[in-house]
Design a protein around this ligand. Structure first.
Ligand SMILES: [Zn+2]
Ligand SMILES: [Zn+2]
Ligand SMILES: [Zn+2]
Length: 454
């Protein structure tokens, strides 16, 4: 009505706000691609911003975009134009599964925004290795942080090969542009799904029915879970799982070649996992001999181990006795980037490696140290329940600990309490539980039934 509101049409005001690049950078990562384009359609000014501001597509999450999903029926041509266009061509399997994403990429390229994408999230989508090769290798892409967690139709062997190729010593200067790849961890669930997903969707619910049947028990268990999460967050002073006593971090078993590939990529591409730096992986520190120790037919407990991915997060406190470890923990800001895992969630507002690796302390204090190891380096020295562990300097795991669990138990039962053989007291971890605390608890609980010594 009055002259005062003439200039206050909503789209105008919004365009003014969004044309501030800082505001734009903070806002757009929260918007699905569809919403960004819907916004662009509302006014000329916004259309201009969306198509010309480099920040709008710096962070691009396609994991929730419907058109990025490969339809189940390979021959259902209804409405799938990219398929219809190529109906007469003989498509390879990789081409078929790359189709939807290639279609999106060429659209973005035509609009001259593909070059602006620096963080690309393809979690859960159909991402054949050939597509990863294009994203990493082709000039039309400028991706620094790539996330391909829980993807489908991704041939791991091909992926390993192309990564090795991308970091080959004879590669062109300035390549590869990708600095970090999320592959090993679980994808983040959109907040809505976490809150409303039925509990039985959780893959861990393989426990027998009945035990947790009552709603009260479930709520109780949920509270336990939540409070133990809160506790480990508080203890580690950070919400980042790699820096907490999280235990096993990898949802799936990895092929051994991954460790070699991570080693080849060291200093070039970082991952959401790091190599174990336990002393047994260091040929200079490991026990190297061809003869068996103690004539037991078992390898020496300190013998050399080939490169392995650290799959266990041990928390910020180090060895139970010396609060450190022989390889020294990695520390953000001090250690080489290759010793630090990319952290989840993926940063929305920066595509730098630094942002992806920086732990977020609750009180803003200095980053906690990172203690991570492979399971071989923790055999017989890590309690899987309370996560206490003892390093090589403070505790020598005898060959006894390498025997099978049955052999171990027999040995423990027959061992004299003192004498030449190690006594019960000298063994710190037995069957994955610390002897002084968790194993005793287990025995008490099992007493009378079929407990170990019951
Ligand atoms: Zn120690
Ligand atoms: Zn190791
Ligand atoms: Zn324990």
């Amino acid at each position: 009505m009055g002259p005062l509101i003439v200039d206050a049409s909503p789209s105008h005001t919004l365009a003014d706000i969004l044309s501030n690049s800082l505001v734009l950078r903070q806002t757009t990562p929260y918007l699905p691609v569809a919403s960004i384009y819907a916004l662009a359609a509302t006014s000329k000014a916004l259309h201009h911003i969306v198509n010309h501001a480099p920040d709008v597509f710096r962070y691009l999450d396609l994991s929730t975009v419907q058109s990025a999903i490969v339809p189940y029926e390979p021959l259902d041509s209804g409405g799938i134009s990219w398929r219809a266009e190529r109906m007469d061509e003989a498509l390879t399997e990789d081409e078929w599964y790359s189709g939807p994403l290639l279609g999106i990429f060429s659209k973005l390229q035509r609009r001259h925004v593909l070059q602006n994408v620096q963080t690309l999230v393809l979690d859960g989508l159909s991402v054949p290795a050939d597509l990863v090769r294009e994203i990493i290798g082709e000039d039309r892409f400028n991706v620094r942080i790539l996330s391909i967690r829980e993807t489908q139709h991704l041939n791991e062997r091909k992926l390993l090969q192309l990564l090795r190729y991308a970091v080959r010593p004879s590669r062109p200067a300035g390549t590869p542009r990708v600095k970090g790849i999320y592959f090993f961890g679980k994808r983040e669930q959109p907040p809505l799904l976490v809150e409303h997903a039925p509990k039985k969707k959780n893959s861990r619910s393989s426990s027998p029915k009945g035990v947790m049947s009552s709603q009260g028990a479930q709520i109780g268990a949920e509270w336990n879970h939540k409070s133990s999460e809160a506790l480990s967050t508080a203890l580690a002073r950070t919400t980042d799982k790699w820096y907490q006593c999280s235990g096993r971090m990898m949802p799936k078993r990895l092929s051994l070649e991954w460790a070699e590939t991570l080693k080849a990529c060291e200093g070039i591409i970082a991952f959401d996992a790091v190599l174990c730096r336990g002393p047994r992986h260091d040929p200079g520190r490991a026990f190297v001999s061809n003869s068996d120790s103690e004539g037991s037919g078992l390898p020496h407990p300190a013998s050399y181990l080939s490169p392995a991915i650290a799959t266990v997060a041990l928390g910020p406190h180090g060895c139970e006795q010396c609060q450190s470890c022989p390889e020294d923990p990695a520390v953000f800001g001090q250690s080489p980037a290759s010793q630090l895992p990319l952290l989840s969630p993926i940063p929305l507002h920066s595509s730098s490696l630094r942002a992806a690796q920086m732990p977020h302390t609750l009180d803003g204090s200095a980053s906690p140290p990172l203690f991570v190891r492979c399971e071989d380096c923790l055999k017989g020295r890590w309690c899987e329940r309370c996560h206490k562990w003892w390093d090589e300097d403070c505790y020598t795991v005898s060959t006894i600990a390498q025997r099978t669990e049955l052999q171990q138990t027999e040995y423990m039962e027959n061992a004299p309490l003192d004498g030449a053989a190690p006594s019960k007291q000298s063994i710190k971890v037995h069957m994955g539980l610390c002897v002084n605390n968790c194993l005793v608890g287990e025995m008490m609980a099992g007493a009378g039934s079929n407990g170990m010594w019951g």
